[in-house]
Write a protein that binds this ligand. Structure first.
Ligand SMILES: [Zn+2]
Length: 375
């Protein structure tokens, strides 16, 4: 542990009392994240002493221990002694209502928000707005000029981003939308799970076992497996990603949101939705291969560190107006460049990439090489 981190762990400090709430600086976040940008990940927490304690299973607020009672190889066999598979650390306070996990680079004056969460039973009470406000003040004091919200998994987060853009016009705030604005607008806040890596109890996940409850499920899973097999046969060098950044390909029988495919970074699984198969039918194999490769690109960018390389090359990843092919954020830009370089469904795109964004081409090639993929 370096000194900066060690100091942060000790330094739980009350930063501000905003009305009836208190904002506490908790130092280093207890959660392990697969990707960092080189700085320790810090945490701010909103404390409200009037709220009831969290429910037992309230992930990230209560520490959760996951015990396994059956054998891994033979799931029907009951173990004599249960095994502790995973510990997901919670906040050691009954009064924590919301938290923000973030990184700040004081030298380059940016911040990246890794994860935000409000206790389930307290959603809709504006806690996150209050906390975000304090976070922006905290970041401004540290000289931060731009804040990247990463992948936003819910429209509520996107609305909060807009609010902050208005409130803090001197700070450039951006984020990528990862939801379907039409269908998900009224659902309760459910952000993507952060990953609890670096955890000795974390089980190694094998290929995901899907429960087949309907003919549609069977078809979707079979279709996904068939597609993945054919894909990796054709693009042999990408096989290296299997069991490294991708542990399985899952067919979904129900369309969720507007995506045709997604990469689930928590489970390291690529999900193919009905829309994926519709588009494959309509636009052909190469189109589908490009979409699939785009998700493989996400599997690389969210597991391999590449920010420092970009910084060393003098690239500005926060300059969202100039990302390759009009991509909204750096993660999308990476995934799209990877798809273009690996599948080459459109030679014109590959040419344009080399001519207009040569640094991106080098960055994506070098990062892919770190997981053994030669582009
Ligand atoms: Zn994408």
């Amino acid at each position: 542990m370096d000194r900066a981190v060690a100091e942060m762990v000790v330094a739980a400090a009350r930063l501000a009392t905003a009305g009836k709430y208190a904002i506490e600086y908790m130092g280093k976040s207890p959660l392990g994240y697969n990707r960092t940008f080189g700085q320790p990940i810090e945490r701010l927490v909103l404390i409200d002493e009037r709220i009831p304690p969290p429910a037992k299973g309230d992930q990230y607020f209560k520490t959760i221990e996951k015990w396994r009672h059956t054998s891994k190889r033979r799931p029907y066999k009951r173990l004599k002694k249960p095994v502790l598979d995973e510990v997901i650390p919670g906040i050691e306070s009954d009064y924590a209502a919301a938290f923000i996990d973030f990184e700040i680079n004081t030298k380059s004056k940016w911040s990246y928000i890794h994860y935000i969460n409000t206790r389930r039973d307290l959603s809709g009470r504006n806690y996150m707005t209050v906390l975000m406000d304090e976070f922006y003040k905290y970041a401004s004091k540290k000289g931060v000029r731009s804040i990247n919200w990463g992948k936003m998994m819910h429209p509520k987060v996107s609305r909060l981003l807009k609010k902050m853009q208005k409130r803090y016009p001197k700070i450039s705030s951006s984020g990528g939308k990862n939801f379907d604005p039409k269908t998900e607008i009224d659902k309760p806040l459910d952000l993507s799970d952060p990953r609890t890596s670096d955890d000795p109890f974390q089980p190694r996940q094998g290929p995901r076992i899907v429960s087949m409850s309907s003919a549609a499920d069977v078809w979707a899973q079979g279709g996904a497996e068939w597609f993945a097999e054919a894909f990796f046969k054709k693009y042999k060098s990408l096989n290296r990603l299997m069991n490294k950044t991708v542990k399985g390909v899952v067919g979904e029988s129900k369309q969720r949101g507007s995506a045709s495919a997604t990469y689930d970074a928590t489970k390291k699984v690529i999900r193919l939705f009905p829309k994926f198969f519709e588009q494959r039918e309509k636009y052909g194999e190469e189109f589908a291969a490009h979409v699939f490769a785009h998700e493989l690109g996400h599997s690389i960018e969210s597991n391999v560190s590449w920010y420092e390389d970009a910084q060393a090359a003098g690239m500005d990843l926060w300059d969202t107006a100039n990302l390759p092919f009009g991509q909204p954020n750096m993660d999308e830009a990476f995934a799209e460049c990877f798809a273009i370089l690996s599948v080459r469904s459109d030679p014109g795109d590959a040419k344009r990439l080399a001519a207009k964004w040569p640094q991106w081409e080098t960055l994506v090639r070098d990062t892919a090489a770190k997981v053994g993929v030669k582009l």
